[in-house]
Design a protein around this ligand. Structure first.
Ligand code: SF4
Ligand code: ZN
Ligand code: ZN
Length: 318
């Protein structure tokens, strides 16, 4: 959509130069050449960081990378903008998919001269995700999400990073806002913000790509030769997520700019009201896991319980 329309670069044109744009973004009414697209893309990332007071150049940032375009672009762009970043990748043990994702992360590390931190689930927990999902009720994604969150928090704390950055984009945020509003998931809505302040032993969580859509991020990745995998995870139960993305896209096509307005007006006008009620909606006190010392709602945390069960099964069958 839009991308095929060749127009002159808006910025070059304002300087009296006739240069063809490489991308046309109808939602911004902007056509940009390569140089001005990169400039515009990076400026909007900086604006999001500043507007939501995500972090500054004195802080150490851990970028949660998956090998996909969003998190790869995030690591690349934060590094280019001069922030102190390192990446963290969890090898989930999902066959070729995990191997290929890790290769892309390592390739980007080489490109920017940095070595990512890598944890292998098979070594850390005793089995990969395809096995672990059988131990717990819920979808592979819900188990995966809990395991990933645990490790991001743990690695950030142990290695001294006070900020964890993730590659969530505008499409992710607007579509999940829509899904959670439709289902009145108040607990989620009360925490729906591009920054979650550090609390109760958790690092600050930030989403610096919230001002960019998937299409624009992919374009930036391709334009700058950033390695990424576009394979989908074979265990993903993303049908619901895709459905809400498609609905959001339909609305956007009907009225350009709605996606952006829907999300950012929510942050400005509604989030402060919901956030004030957070204490009432977000249940449960946290304690400290007596095995690993990480924050947990129960005496022994989810991951330590999982480890124990895998170990017991191995002992019994071995
Ligand atoms: Fe994990 Fe689901 Fe993402 Fe696969 S799709 S990596 S299971 S969260
Ligand atoms: Zn230009
Ligand atoms: Zn634990």
């Amino acid at each position: 959509m839009g991308q095929k329309r060749k127009k002159l670069c808006t910025v070059c044109k304002s300087k009296g130069i006739r240069k063809e744009g490489v991308i046309y973004m109808p939602e911004h009414r902007l056509s940009l050449c390569e140089e001005h697209f990169n400039e515009w893309f990076e400026k909007r990332v900086k604006e999001a960081i500043k507007e939501f007071k995500m972090f500054d150049k004195r802080e150490k940032i851990l970028v949660a990378v998956s090998g996909g375009k969003d998190s790869q672009v995030l690591w690349y762009v934060l590094n280019k903008l001069g922030y102190d970043t390192d990446a963290f990748f969890i090898h989930l043990g999902i066959g070729d998919y995990s191997d290929e994702s890790m290769e892309k992360v390592l390739a980007l590390g080489e490109l920017i001269g940095k070595k990512p931190h890598i944890v292998r689930l098979e070594e850390e927990v005793g089995a990969g995700l395809p096995v672990l999902q059988n131990y717990v009720r819920g979808t592979a994604c819900s188990v995966c999400g809990r395991i990933k969150r645990y490790h991001f928090n743990k690695v950030a704390r142990e290695l001294g990073y006070n900020v964890v950055a993730t590659g969530h984009n505008l499409d992710d945020e607007a579509s999940s806002l829509l899904a959670n509003l439709i289902n009145w998931n108040l607990k989620y809505l009360a925490r729906k913000y591009p920054v979650l302040r550090e609390e109760k032993g958790f690092p600050r969580k930030v989403k610096p790509l919230v001002k960019h859509t998937e299409r624009v991020i992919k374009f930036y990745a391709d334009l700058n030769g950033i390695p990424y995998t576009d394979r989908s995870c074979p265990l993903g139960d993303t049908a619901n997520l895709h459905f809400y993305k498609e609905v959001m896209e339909e609305i956007e096509n009907h009225a350009l700019g709605t996606k952006y307005r829907f999300y950012f007006e929510y942050l400005k006008k509604v989030f402060p009201i919901f956030s004030a009620l957070k204490e009432e909606w977000v249940e449960g006190e946290l304690t400290t896991c007596k095995v690993c010392g990480e924050p947990s709602p129960s005496e022994v945390c989810f991951v330590c319980r999982l480890k124990e069960r895998v170990k017991k099964d191995r002992t019994q069958s071995g």
